[in-house]
Design a protein around this ligand. Structure first.
Ligand code: PLP
Length: 395
């Protein structure tokens, strides 16, 4: 019998796991599941990046690297950040095994017991867990009544933030809504951050997947360079989820402080993976663009299909997710009437059980009444999913 820590008792396993498990069970029973619950691109890693990884293995790059990452990768990351308007140098970067680790290290570095952290809901599942693991307290601002946009919610944010607030987390493009926050919205964040002397995490992992909007890096705004930790990674932009490669950037001595945790935990990101990362940053723009265009077409297709069935979606301009309303029966719905739809978890369970379509309940992101659809799937599978949801009276 182990005496488990209070810390680990504060968090639950990832809420998306329940659906993945159900989907896996159904598949094991032989069902053809359309899995729209996944947070990863369905493309191969660009061939030249794979080659660079293989070449690095062949060249014997299999040992530890310097803890914060190999210099050519940190240089390439700093150059990329400068293109985004961020005043960055290689020694302000830590290369991590995935953006997730970069986030984990950031929360551990900035948050003490009882520190207040503000999240914008719907929020990616792991922020809450990471804040709790660091001992922080959560204050949440709901963007759902504002079509998931930040600009119309700035007054709510101003009310939530005080001089007691330590940290604000911004994720644009957003998982799970796909929302891309405008420069005006981010300027509003800047004004509040300066007024209340806040640190801000800007999780920009979906930054390369944007459609009819421009991505703005928060740290590029005046007054934000010294208070922003920028998080990014290779998983989404280059379809490299399993390679585990990400990074953080911050000024001042942030890297010195976070670097202590980094060196005492993961030591370094995988050597040959870091070398593939250099190739990705320097020579994979065409592949990124191809994937972006495919995601854009799928998004438009899904919006049209949902529209045909009377489902109005507040669709975002980035990432590969959208939140569809499943909470209330819509007028004109052909529903039998005896199946309440108020519970998004129940809706998602029905979707997987009856239609073999896997989606993630909005409650996992603190957004009950919605389901998150990932469109990292072919157009054929997306059509199939909508057909099945309609056939099973779920839309
Ligand atoms: N941030 C957001 C919003 C995400 O959705 C994810 C992955 O799902 C990550 C960070 C971390 O990705 P990775 O650790 O693969 O870089």
């Amino acid at each position: 019998d182990y005496d488990y820590s209070d810390r680990i008792g504060r968090v639950e396993p990832s809420a998306t796991l329940a659906i993945s498990n159900l989907a896996a069970e159904k598949e094991a029973e032989g069902a053809d599941v359309v899995d729209l619950s996944v947070g990863e691109p369905d493309f191969d890693t660009p061939a030249n990046v794979v080659e660079a990884g293989k070449d690095a293995l062949d060249a014997g790059h299999t040992g530890y690297t310097s803890s914060n990452g190999i210099p050519p990768l940190r240089e390439a990351i700093a150059a990329k950040l400068r293109e985004d308007g961020i005043d960055a140098s290689a020694d302000e970067v830590i290369v991590t095994p995935g953006g997730k680790q970069a986030l984990y290290e950031t929360f551990q570095t900035l948050i003490d017991d009882g520190d207040e952290v503000v999240l914008l809901d719907p929020a990616w599942v792991s922020y809450e867990a990471m804040v709790k693991l660091a001992g922080g307290d959560l204050t949440r601002v709901d963007l759902a009544p504002h079509g998931f946009q930040l600009e119309p919610a700035l007054d709510d944010l101003a009310e939530a933030v005080s001089d007691d607030t330590e940290l604000l987390v911004v994720n644009s493009p957003s998982n799970p809504t796909g929302a891309v926050f405008s420069e005006a919205a981010l300027s509003g964040v800047r004004d509040l951050a300066v007024e209340h002397d806040l640190a801000v995490i800007s999780d920009e992992i979906y930054e390369r997947i944007v459609y009819d909007a421009d991505h703005v890096s928060l740290a590029s705004l005046e007054g934000m360079a010294d208070r922003t930790v920028t998080i990014n990674g290779f998983s989404k932009a280059y379809s490299m989820t399993g390679w585990r490669l990400g990074y953080l950037h911050a000024k001042d001595d942030f890297v010195g402080e976070a670097g202590k945790l980094h060196s005492h935990s993961v030591s370094c990101a995988t050597n040959f993976v870091q070398r593939a990362g250099v190739e990705a940053l320097e020579n994979a723009d065409a592949s990124v663009e191809e994937m972006r265009e495919a995601f854009a077409d799928r998004r438009d297709l899904l919006v049209d299909l949902f529209d045909e069935h009377g489902v109005d979606v507040d669709v975002g301009d980035g990432a590969f997710y959208m939140m569809i309303p499943v909470g209330e029966p819509r007028s004109g719905s052909s529903g039998s009437g005896d199946e309440p739809r108020a519970d998004d978890a129940a809706w998602c369970e029905r979707a997987i059980e009856e239609a073999s379509v896997a989606c993630v309940p909005g409650s996992a992101f603190n957004a009950p009444g919605f389901a998150r659809i990932s469109y990292a799937a072919s157009e054929e599978r997306l059509r199939e999913a909508v057909d099945r949801l309609v056939a099973n009276d779920l839309l």
